[in-house]
Ligand binder design. Structure first.
Ligand SMILES: *Cc1c(COP(=O)(O)O)cnc(C)c1O
Length: 222
């Protein structure tokens, strides 16, 4: 039998707690981001009613139609952008989201910097790292990360608080999580967004502070 969203959330919270305690980190330091892309308003309502307030979306426009009317009702919502951001969508993204996880190039850093200044909304940003150095995937190559971080901070005055990665589908994710953790430690960044439905326990074991869970909360995407 299919479990309800409330049951799924409860189960994930308990896995987070168990995993955190085994690895001597605190469950409350691990933020569960419910990835609501492509989900129906009814299913999102169910998650809200189960107390979930932190959500991730990968498209600006889709997120707008979904969240603009819910924002005034749930004042404690936190929306993370976890998909690629085009510079022509930066204005809407800065208006809607609370965290941008996919900063990965100078042009975007420049556009975000200008728009945040204009809107007087300084959002925390994570730099996306292409840990697998995959050609088709977004993200900064690990070897370029230090210089890019410096550029974001010094030239564009962005508030960079963490790193994010999406490991290659066909590789053991732990190696990528470990690399991301090492980089964040070296750069003294507190936040690590890594781990999805199938591997979030491994990510927590390696220090994830933000896990991005879609399928395990909402079921298969339609
Ligand atoms: C869709 C998506 C997720 C959620 O994936 P699941 O396997 O459904 O948990 C996480 N991160 C990103 C960047 C995504 O696009």
């Amino acid at each position: 039998m299919e479990m309800s969203i409330a049951e799924n959330l409860k189960k994930i919270r308990s896995v987070v707690e168990k995993t955190a305690s085994v690895h001597a980190c605190r469950a409350k330091d691990v933020e569960i981001i419910a990835v609501s892309k492509t989900q129906s308003p009814e299913r999102i309502q169910e998650a809200l009613e189960a107390g979930q307030r932190v959500f991730g979306e990968n498209r600006v426009q889709e997120a707008q139609t979904r969240w603009i009317n819910l924002r005034p009702i749930y004042s404690d919502l936190m929306l993370h952008l976890i998909g690629p951001l085009q510079t022509n969508k930066v204005k809407e993204a800065v208006k809607l989201f609370d965290v941008i996880q996919t900063l990965d190039r100078e042009k975007l850093a420049h556009a975000l910097s200008e728009e945040m200044h204009k809107q007087n909304r300084v959002l925390p940003c994570f730099i996306q790292i292409n840990t697998g150095e995959e050609e088709q995937k977004a993200g900064v190559a690990p070897k370029d990360a230090a210089a890019f971080l410096k550029l974001c901070r010094e030239t564009y005055k962005l508030n960079i608080t963490g790193l994010m990665c999406i490991p290659p589908v066909d590789a053991p994710p732990a190696l990528h999580f470990a690399l991301l953790k090492k980089m964040a430690a070296e750069f003294e960044l507190p936040h690590l967004s890594m781990g999805m439905s199938s591997d979030f326990d491994k990510a927590i074991a390696l220090g994830a502070t933000h896990i991005r869970i879609g399928t395990a909360i909402f079921g298969e995407r339609i």
